[in-house]
Write a protein that binds this ligand. Structure first.
Ligand SMILES: Nc1ncnc2c1ncn2[C@@H]1O[C@H](COP(=O)(O)OP(=O)(O)OP(=O)(O)O)[C@@H](O)[C@H]1O
Length: 316
């Protein structure tokens, strides 16, 4: 559905050239939900704007939805949907009318546009809101209306730029269900996100972009498997006993060097849950008392930290 090679974009600014995207290769298969994850300014939106023909690449080639980005931008536009970060509905406009107008831009008759719009309203849980002013809709409803607008012409591929930014957790989870349902209906989804949990929960595959280049790629589980093991965190009742605790942690099979992080000791082992019972027994035998213990599976944030040396959360 998408193939891109060496896609790059340099902007000229008063302070000199800005290399926003520096040679990105992408392959997205039909029916996938692919997430583009990266900190602020990493180049996500610029890549999306190139793939949707809104700006021209300075270098590179791409085929999107079967059409060449440079030679046939109109072909690309007819076959994709794009939901921008800020949405595209006017506050005073009537929801249903916005939808019909959008569909008519793609050549649907008024009757077809209304039928398609009403089907999509039903699909995205917007029943009863056809005649409402856009500004009176909740954040989640408005975002779903944006997605309806991106789908009116039945594209094979839809681009969603930060679809859940600004939504409360419940509306985010609800939107995830709708995005999954799009894939169920055969639409390929390419989305950008800052949220690790979103990429993890939603995407079949994730591309991590940093400073204009893809730094990691794979299924969420594959990416997490690249990070060395589970983290065990111990909080001691008496911090003076940390030397004893470190000695026990070092004896765990496959453990890395235990680190003191604030009041807590952290060690990484291949299988945290499996070593925990023995660890607790050994600490007890040495008389080391624990206030708390936690075993944590690696997250995509750990992946980001491993590949870039920085935390995605710090960036945000
Ligand atoms: N029109 C422009 N002129 C100059 N620089 C630009 C322009 N558009 C984007 N940039 C710069 O290019 C870099 C990448 O921006 P981009 O918007 O693609 O990042 P992003 O990953 O989408 O960030 P965010 O998550 O904040 O939306 C940034 O340094 C940005 O300031």
């Amino acid at each position: 559905m998408i193939t891109a090679r060496g896609l790059a974009r340099t902007f000229t600014s008063r302070t000199g050239p800005v290399e926003a995207v520096r040679g990105v290769d992408l392959d997205v298969a039909a029916g996938e939900i692919v997430g583009f994850l990266g900190p602020n300014g990493a180049g996500k939106t610029t890549t999306l704007r190139m793939l949707t023909t809104l700006i021209a690449p300075t270098a590179g080639e791409a085929t999107v939805a079967g059409h060449d980005l440079r030679k046939d931008p109109v072909g690309v536009r007819r076959n994709i949907g794009y939901v921008a970060q800020g949405g595209m509905t006017l506050p005073q406009a009537i929801a249903g009318e916005e939808c019909v107008d959008q569909a008519r831009l793609y050549g649907l008759s008024k009757a077809e546009a209304t039928r398609r719009g009403q089907d999509l309203f039903a699909q995205l849980d917007l029943d009863g809101l056809w005649k409402r002013q856009c500004q009176s809709l909740s954040g989640g409803q408005r975002r779903r209306l944006d997605i309806v607008m991106g789908l009116v012409h039945t594209p094979q591929l839809i681009f969603l730029d930060e679809p859940t930014t600004g939504l409360d957790p419940q509306s985010r989870a609800n939107l995830w269900e709708h995005i999954r349902a799009l894939r169920g209906g055969g639409t390929t989804v390419f989305l950008t996100t800052h949220y690790l949990d979103e990429a993890d929960a939603l995407c079949d595959r994730i591309l991590v972009i940093d400073a204009g280049q893809i730094v990691a790629e794979g299924a969420p589980e594959e990416l997490k498997a690249r990070v060395s093991g589970d983290a065990i965190t111990l909080t001691l009742t008496d911090p003076a006993r940390s030397d004893d605790a470190v000695a026990v942690l070092k004896s765990l099979t496959g453990a890395d060097e235990p680190a003191l992080e604030g009041e807590q000791l952290v060690v990484h082992v291949p299988k945290g849950a499996a070593v925990l019972p023995g660890l607790l027994r050994d600490l007890d035998a040495r008389g080391v008392e624990l206030a708390a213990v936690e075993v944590r599976r690696p997250t995509l944030d750990d992946v980001f930290l491993t590949v870039t040396g920085r935390s995605l959360r710090d960036e945000n």
